[in-house]
Design a protein around this ligand. Structure first.
Ligand code: FE2
Ligand code: FE2
Length: 261
């Protein structure tokens, strides 16, 4: 295990919350839009653990550093969901206890990549498929990171600000891991680059689109990234993903939002 790989894992932990004053959170309250965004984020974060089994089947997951990262990643994401649910509860908007299971059932069939074609294709293209997952991961982590950064800037609730800052710190590390590992895998072969680009272009959807309705996805993005913020987000993500080998000139976000919004 390299020093960098060890560093990625040794920094892992669940979000610190013991020092937070929940009365302060409660008296500041949450706007209706914040309640919507926090519920959305909590639902998606809590679902991440479902992907762990699929990701651990990747050929590169046989490397101890990759296995260790994925396990700590899923652990951190799960606790992001728990932290947001706790904030909602403390502010008077508790989520139902069986919320995670309910959302799990709502996972729609268009998650075929993970549920059916993913395992099938990953057997057929066992060497190429890690690239696909890693690129997806990089895009979703970057979008999530920018979401928490925007929420932190926009909220008047001081405890939500602290939580967003702490979560964003971990999201930044997640993004770096996915992006760097995607780059490494894509550099290995033209087959990796070709398959990853085709699958990502064909099947990429914004964070949460598998379990949320189109109107909920639109509301999330228009709430967090209104007007110029939205344009900047889609531009920034497309530019960053374009720097990956085989993804030159890709316009995923720009084309998606042009088509739908
Ligand atoms: Fe997260
Ligand atoms: Fe993350």
């Amino acid at each position: 295990m390299s020093a960098q790989e060890f560093k990625n894992i040794s920094h892992s932990d669940k979000i610190e919350m013991d020092d937070l004053d929940w009365n302060e959170a409660k008296s500041a309250g949450l706007s209706e839009d914040e309640r919507f965004v926090l519920t959305y984020f909590s639902d998606i974060e809590s679902q991440t653990i479902r992907y762990l089994g699929t990701l651990l089947k990747m050929t590169i997951a046989s490397r101890p550093a990759v296995t260790a990262f994925l396990i700590t990643w899923a652990y951190e994401e799960f606790h992001h969901g728990q932290a947001l649910a706790k904030l909602l509860g403390q502010c008077g908007y508790p989520l139902a206890e069986d919320r995670v299971e309910t959302i799990n059932r709502r996972a729609r069939l268009n998650e075929w990549l993970e549920r059916f074609f993913g395992p099938l294709l990953s057997r057929v293209f066992s060497n190429q498929f890690p690239s696909v997952y890693l690129v997806f991961g990089a895009i979703q982590e970057m979008t999530t990171l920018r979401g928490y950064e925007r929420l932190k800037e926009a909220t008047q609730n001081p405890i939500l600000k602290v939580l967003c800052e702490r979560i964003a710190k971990q999201e930044r590390r997640h993004f770096a891991w996915y992006f760097n590992n995607a780059k490494e895998q894509l550099e290995l072969s033209s087959a990796n680059r070709l398959l990853a680009r085709k699958v990502v272009e064909f099947n990429w959807r914004p964070v949460g689109a598998g379990v949320k309705s189109n109107s909920e996805v639109d509301r999330l993005f228009s709430t967090l990234f209104p007007a110029e913020f939205g344009k900047e987000l889609v531009r920034e993500i497309d530019v960053k993903i374009s720097t990956l080998p085989g993804f030159e000139g890709i316009r995923l976000m720009q084309d998606y939002f042009k088509a739908c919004c």
